[in-house]
Design a protein. Structure first.
Length: 100
């Protein structure tokens, strides 16, 4: 599912928006390998945090019998961050293929 940038702004805070925008081309292709690793690590940390929030929210919702509707925003946030991670991973594989 593709999410436009306006929706991304709704789901992400300022620091996360900067991380996601750094994970876009052409800047992604011009980034140094060490910076790319740092970006990937930061994106994964944010994604994992959003996933934990979804799990804990769903767990709390089950107690209140409204499971499935809880934590929709965090679920979308995790999806946006996962898409950024996929772009970074693709750049890593492109660079490793270019070296061979």
């Amino acid at each position: 599912m593709t999410i436009n940038r306006r929706s991304e702004e709704r789901y992400l805070d300022k620091a996360e928006r900067e991380l996601v925008s750094d994970a876009r081309h052409p800047g992604l292709g011009e980034m140094a390998t060490d910076d790319l690793r740092k970006l990937a690590r930061n994106l994964r940390e944010r994604r994992d945090k959003a996933r934990r929030a979804v799990r804990s929210g769903n767990r709390a919702a089950r107690v209140e019998e409204r499971a499935g509707r809880a934590e929709g925003g965090n679920r979308e946030k995790a999806g946006v961050l996962q898409a950024a991670i996929a772009r970074v991973n693709k750049e890593f594989s492109r660079r490793s293929e270019a070296r061979e």
